[in-house]
Ligand binder design. Sequence first.
Ligand code: GLP
Length: 259
Amino acid sequence: MEVVPLSSVDEVAALAADTIEALVRARPDCVLGLATGSSPVPAYAELVARHRAGTGPSYDQVRAFLVDEYVGLPPGHPQSYRATIARELTDDLGLPAEHVHGPDPADVPTAGAAYEAELIAAGGVDLQVLGIGGDGHLAFNEPGSSLSSTTRIKTLTEETRRDNARFFGSIDEVPHHVLTQGLGTILRARHLLLIATGAGKAPAVAAAVEGPLTASCPASVLQLHPHVTVLLDPEAAAQLERADHYREVYATKPEWQGL
Ligand code: GLP
């Protein structure tokens, strides 16, 4: 795992955008895994700004797969993750709407297996963007999730519903159920890019990166993956015991290595 403590949210956004653009330039028909939530928003805004300025790559052939989705919202609801990603990223990048996939909340019993099949048919995810919940959840895999789970329905914890109430009128409007890629699904992506910013994420980041591998901190499953990059602002990195070492590793890494 490569942990990269950076000096600001802007720096995190710029490096995440660089990483995504480098992949799209190298493989114009790559498969991106996209998370919603607040964490990747500055990186997505940076990608859109570069695209508008004409300095970004073309996204015509890119395919994208959402990491999770709410169950029970009316189709087209502005807080559905499908609507959110279109508004915050894919529409503005010119990524064709038919190239954007998500687990189908209209048919929950079959959605998990169908989504797994879609991911496999697409050749798997090349680069998976991830955030982390304050309780260590990854996508919507709440504490206690099987470390080898696949896409399925999950029930949100009260804490996550409270965290996400800011996107809705009140907590009562936040769905109880979601569809989410499993931790095993996420582990199949070839490169995982976790973005965490703000003091609220510091305990979860420390547990995921330096704590034991445990379903009680679902993001600790990242420790099993051969290619993980964790981009952190100073607040999110504040509880890492080996922060100085991570900075030294990043400052002295061979240039050919990239992220
Ligand atoms: C949300 C999402 C995740 C996200 C995480 C952190 O509820 N389902 O995909 O990564 O929890 O959210 P945020 O980035 O808003 O803090």
